[in-house]
Design a binder for this molecule. Structure first.
Ligand code: ADP
Ligand code: MG
Length: 312
């Protein structure tokens, strides 16, 4: 499990020689045995964490898509990134870690599909370009069923998705999160060892930019690298005249990336076809490959791959 920066801690060695870190440094008089209570340990691996580590050992790159706000295009970016990588011939998985608002199945055209259990655990749904997909939606009777769960249950299911799913050997695992820095985000950052890092998606409005700062700060606090920032819907691509008009001040994302010392991966224009194609379950990166938004997205993917090359 990942250590948390800034929390007072003290290292100690357990009898089985696995290193643990005790969060509280104060003497606990209610524990006369002197044994370290399990819930005070950070760093010792439970068997489930070991299972996750074993599964994740077979995944070369693990990339998390994060944002401070909802509706900025995280799922759109996750699905199109997975598709772009699969299109290049990579073996790709996508984990929809938005437990209460799972949208990956719809955007991949997999609505109504069910995940089934096999000899090697829960089998991911095989999507377009052989993308292996896992989502809470694949376990629901109907997409209209609301998930009304508190944090611990959501964390439980994410842990199961990582430890009990037969992911196999993957080149890339893309993880889509709900907005903000809540339970699912913490679970993913804590449970997955060796994350390549997070991609922060934002829109040009000041308020979204402000929230993305929080996402960046959280990643740093949890010792997860930030791979870069994408500014989505940064201008309007008119389907009639083919021109791009800026709806908000241009350059806010780039500026925010500079201020936060984050790599700027690029900006994507607003294009009504992105929405239509997403609703139809057809990722624009292949179904509308010649559009300005697809070309801009391809550049983002190329920059990301360059960065990943530099990391390994
Ligand atoms: N560049 C874009 N142009 C037009 N519509 C977009 C664009 N990016 C995302 N959308 C649309 O905006 C809505 C929210 O996107 P989504 O990916 O679901 O956001 P999030 O996952 O951050 O909540 C969706 O309807 C999606 O189709
Ligand atoms: Mg989403």
């Amino acid at each position: 499990m990942r250590n948390i920066k800034g929390v007072p801690h003290k290292a100690a060695i357990t009898p089985d020689y696995s290193l643990v870190v005790i969060i509280s440094m104060s003497k606990d008089t209610s524990n006369p045995s002197g044994k370290i209570p399990k819930d005070l340990m950070v760093g010792a691996q439970t068997s489930e964490e070991q299972e996750i580590a074993e599964k994740m050992r077979h995944v070369k790159h693990k990339i998390v898509i994060l944002s401070g706000k909802g509706g900025v295009g995280k799922t759109t970016v996750a699905v199109n990134l997975a598709t772009a990588l699969a299109w290049k011939g990579h073996v790709v998985g996508i984990l929809d870690a938005d437990i209460t608002g799972p949208n990956v199945p719809k955007m991949l055209g997999l609505e109504g599909t069910r995940m089934v259990g096999g000899d090697k655990g829960l089998e991911p749904v095989l999507g377009p370009l052989n993308i292996l997909s896992v989502s809470m939606e694949f376990l629901l009777q109907s997409p209209d069923t609301p998930i009304i769960w508190r944090g611990p249950l959501k964390m439980r299911v994410i842990s199961e998705f990582l430890s009990k799913v037969n992911w196999g050997n993957l080149d890339y695992l893309i993880i889509d999160l709900p907005p903000g820095t809540g339970d699912e985000t913490i679970s993913i950052m804590q449970l997955i060892p060796d994350l390549d890092g997070v991609i922060i998606v934002t829109t040009p409005q000041e308020v979204a930019l402000l929230d993305s700062r929080k996402a960046a700060t959280m990643s740093r606090t949890m010792n997860v690298p930030v791979l870069g920032l994408i500014e989505n819907m940064s201008g309007f691509h008119c389907p009639h005249c083919n021109e791009v008009t800026n709806l908000f001040d241009k350059g806010g994302g780039k500026q925010a990336a500079q201020d936060l010392k984050i790599f700027f991966l690029g900006d994507l224009p607003f294009d009504p076809r992105v929405m239509t194609l997403s609703d139809e379950g057809k990722p624009f990166i292949v179904t509308d490959a010649k559009s300005p938004v697809a070309k801009a997205f391809q550049q983002v993917v190329d920059r990301l791959l360059e960065r990943l090359k530099g990391q390994h």
